[in-house]
Design a protein around this ligand. Structure first.
Ligand code: DON
Length: 321
């Protein structure tokens, strides 16, 4: 459906809070009854989630905050951890260093593609697909796996402005079934594109994907990237402004995997999805939108998440172009 007639021209800021609240409520009402798509089932613990949980959160770079529905429900962050760990690695080794180790090009292939490793000369592809994300995790500072995981947990907690904890049930369930990711990491090791023990790096990556967040947390994390690296709630600088724009560029290129082009065409903003049903959209200089709805499409992206992101991008005047 073409919603273009409702679009608002970008003013460089979010609209007034009352208008944001009205538009977010309209978005919620409009899509609440959509029952298309199904929860992820390749990770057993995710298959048990109630499919009709649904929340929207919008956080502005100045700390304004609008939420509706299940925006305080906890779910595992999954692939939405990838841009934030990439941001931390850019801080640790420099954005150019991160690009040299991982790459930043689109692949047009699914998130867990093995064929992509064979087809792309740099093997790791980009930090948003599993190959590049596990390689990114392998670059995290720390002398032991435990230290590396703490670095990620503390770093993502600074983005969220509160201490994030692992969902042990999701972690155990994914750790028991992540053979494909272990295979990807071993294959990359064979190509000299892993920077820590391949199986330990996969385990740290699995833990990072199991960190619990709410839609509100994700909106705060996204708004930190939108605000040049400063958390809008705690006012703490989490990453350097120069690294922020690199992370957002990588998201615009590959945040929605093989659907990244369609996403950019329709939403016009960097975004990132996860198989637990979260999706964030970052409007640089303005804030971030996050949606939680676990019914997914074939590519593993939240269906309502995509519809709401497009709706809010148009009506809140967020599109970059
Ligand atoms: O590695 C995996 O398969 C999961 N931990 C994360 C995948 C994911 O979230 C893909 N996103 N849409």
């Amino acid at each position: 459906e073409d919603q273009d007639e409702f679009f608002r021209v970008s003013t460089g800021k979010l609209p007034d809070l009352e208008l944001v609240r009205d538009i977010v409520n309209q978005a919620y009402e409009r899509f609440a009854d959509d029952r298309t798509g199904a929860v992820a089932d390749y990770i057993p613990a995710l298959a048990r989630v109630s499919p009709d949980l649904f929340g929207i959160s919008v956080v502005g770079v100045g700390g304004s905050d609008v939420g509706v529905g299940d925006c305080d429900h906890m779910f595992s962050i999954q692939s939405i951890s990838k841009p934030f760990v990439f941001a931390l690695v850019c801080e640790a080794v420099g954005a150019e260093g991160a690009r040299a180790r991982i790459g930043v090009n689109a692949t047009g292939l699914p998130f867990n593609s093995v064929m992509g490793i064979e087809l792309n000369a740099d093997r790791t592809m980009n930090p948003m697909v599993n190959a590049g994300a596990i390689a990114t995790t392998s670059c995290v500072p720390g002398k032991t796996a435990e230290e590396k995981f703490r670095f990620i947990q503390e770093g993502l907690s600074r983005f969220a402005g509160r201490q994030l904890e692992v969902d042990e049930e999701v972690y155990t369930s994914e750790a028991a079934t992540n053979l494909r990711n272990r295979g990807i990491a071993k294959l990359l090791e064979g190509y000299d594109r892993m920077y820590w023990d391949a199986l330990e790096a996969t385990d740290i990556y699995t833990r990072q994907c199991s960190l619990n967040v709410t839609a509100k947390d994700l909106a705060v994390m996204g708004a930190t990237l939108a605000g040049g690296g400063v958390n809008p709630i705690t006012h703490e600088r989490v990453i350097d402004t120069r690294n922020c724009r690199r992370v957002l560029a990588a998201l615009a290129t590959a945040g929605l995997y093989e659907q990244s082009g369609d996403w950019l065409f329709e939403v016009g903003l960097p975004g990132k999805s996860g198989v637990s049903g979260g999706i964030i959209t970052i409007a640089p200089g303005k804030g971030a939108v996050s949606v939680f709805s676990p019914r997914l499409d074939e590519a593993g992206n939240s269906i309502k998440g995509q519809l709401i992101s497009k709706y809010l991008s148009e009506r809140l005047g967020l599109n970059l172009f």
